[in-house]
Design a protein around this ligand. Structure first.
Ligand code: UD1
Ligand code: CA
Length: 437
């Protein structure tokens, strides 16, 4: 290996307007399985522990700029305010890659599923021979549609990329297409990019032109192959939903392979961050959102919705339960139908089985919360906390007006309204509820 340098740099092209998405969210911030497209691409780049990651965006997409600054402060926002084409996008990053001798891998923010293996193949083809200046990730789609076509010579070296709009009838018959992912040896980056012009049907600066420029300088270009499903680009809501289906199926299979029992996988929706231990059972129409972790042998019954929460082992949740962010359920907890839990901790063996709202609360061990009981955690302005001690029994339809601390072994009668703290071992009933005979 001559001239090999494994210090990669990544450039993520994400300045496109995404007009075909037809809404105000920048295209690259649209989510697939709960994760932004840009995050898939950034995670891929990050997995190589590169020396530099640059993200091309523009002032037209302040949300994207904020997203990158908040989530990836170590990466560089590079503004391309005039969108003059993919070659121009790389050109505005030349300062960022000044004197960089590693491989610069260009990824698209709207092509989220490229595999790590494909990038390794690209790097390998560059590192193998120091005369190779550019390597392109190609694929053979069932329908080559309007993708750029990869022209190779007898030695199988890449000699030119022809954009569909500029291609002849003959060239359009080529089935080997450009995924858009390109790796460029750092030492040649500047000289190749600076020679790109916009003499083409779209009057854009095409990144793809670097292939014929490199060849004209006596340098070698290569193409390596990826699978079609990796290369799927998202340009419209319809394409996003197709990608969502493909990805959901992958996640379903992953969890099934890990020993999760899923009655009707096609009705269950996961997020990329969902973690399920073995023996979890999932009934139909359960939805996972954000970061959810579920412990061994927990049963999630039909129509439950779980978001950013931790569920312990051996629990039974639902049917029709809603567990909201920042909730943690320890082991052997039961949560039944029409129960909502928000920002609360429920300790071992406790039960909240019917029609309850528990918010901003800590509930101890072996607590029974009766049907219809609720915590009033909000006075219209601020949120307040409820604590309930171990072994307490909260009678049906108890209303707990927070802030309230209920000790251990407390019993509240049905229909009680609790306004003050209750010491351990107290029993309370609401006298107005005692009907005279
Ligand atoms: C590009 C390739 C084509 C390939 C296809 C694969 C070129 C000239 N063509 O075409 O060969 O088959 O991708 O999907 O590269 N972007 C910017 N700034 C710009 C223009 C684009 O950041 O000025 C970004 C877009 O946000 C997008 C990506 O670059 O993420 C690709 O741009 P797009 O215009 O969609 O390229 P295609 O015409 O699809
Ligand atoms: Ca595109």
């Amino acid at each position: 290996m001559t001239g090999a340098n494994n210090n990669n740099g990544f450039l993520i092209l994400a300045a496109g307007k995404g007009t075909r998405m037809k809404n105000d969210t920048p295209k690259v911030l649209h989510k697939i399985c709960g994760k932004e497209m840009l995050s898939y691409v950034h995670d891929l780049a990050k997995s190589f522990q590169p020396e530099r990651i640059g993200i091309i965006t523009s002032d037209d997409a302040p949300e994207t700029v904020r997203f990158v600054e908040r989530n990836y402060p170590e990466s560089e926002v590079i503004k391309q305010n005039e969108r003059l084409g993919t070659g121009h996008a790389v050109k505005v990053s030349l300062g960022f890659f000044n004197n960089f001798l590693g491989n610069v891998v260009c990824l698209y923010g709207d092509t989220p599923f490229i595999s790590k293996k494909s990038i390794e193949k690209l790097n390998h083809s560059l590192n193998e021979d120091s005369n190779v200046a550019v390597s392109v990730l190609g694929f053979e789609p069932k329908d080559p549609a309007k993708y750029g076509r990869l022209k190779t010579n007898k030695q199988n070296d890449l000699v030119e990329i022809v954009e569909y709009n500029d291609a002849s009838e003959e060239e359009r018959k080529i089935g080997f297409c450009n995924s858009g992912v390109v790796a460029i040896r750092g030492e040649h980056l500047k000289s190749l990019i600076n020679e790109i012009n916009n003499n083409n049907s779209k009057q854009e600066y095409y990144l793809t032109d670097i292939v014929k420029i490199a060849v004209s300088k006596g340098l070698i270009c290569k193409a390596v192959s990826a699978e079609e499903h990796e290369v799927m680009g998202i340009n419209s809501q319809a394409e996003r939903s197709i990608a969502e289906n493909v990805r959901q199926d992958l996640l379903r299979n992953k969890h099934l392979e890990n020993g999760v029992v899923i009655q009707a996988p096609e009705t269950v929706f996961f997020s990329e961050e969902t973690i399920l231990e073995s023996g979890v059972e999932i009934e139909p129409n359960v939805i996972f959102s954000g970061d959810v972790k579920v412990g061994k042998n927990t049963k999630l019954r039909a129509f439950s919705y779980l978001e950013d929460c931790i569920i312990g082992e051996g629990n039974i949740i639902g049917p029709y339960a809603r567990i909201r962010p920042d909730s943690e359920l320890h082991n052997n907890v039961k949560v039944g139908n029409f129960v909502e839990i928000k920002k609360s901790t429920i300790d071992e063996n406790s039960k909240i089985n019917h029609l309850s709202y528990i918010g901003d609360s800590n509930i101890g061990k072996n607590v029974n919360v009766g049907a219809g009981s609720i915590t009033c955690n909000y006075d219209g302005k601020r949120k307040f906390k409820t604590n309930i001690g171990d072994n307490s029994f909260i009678g049906s339809n108890t209303v707990i007006v927070a802030p309230v601390n209920i000790g251990k072994n407390v019993i509240t009668g049905a229909g009680t309204t609790i306004l003050k703290d209750l010491k351990e071992n107290t029993k309370v009933v609401d006298k107005k509820n005692l009907t005279e005979i």
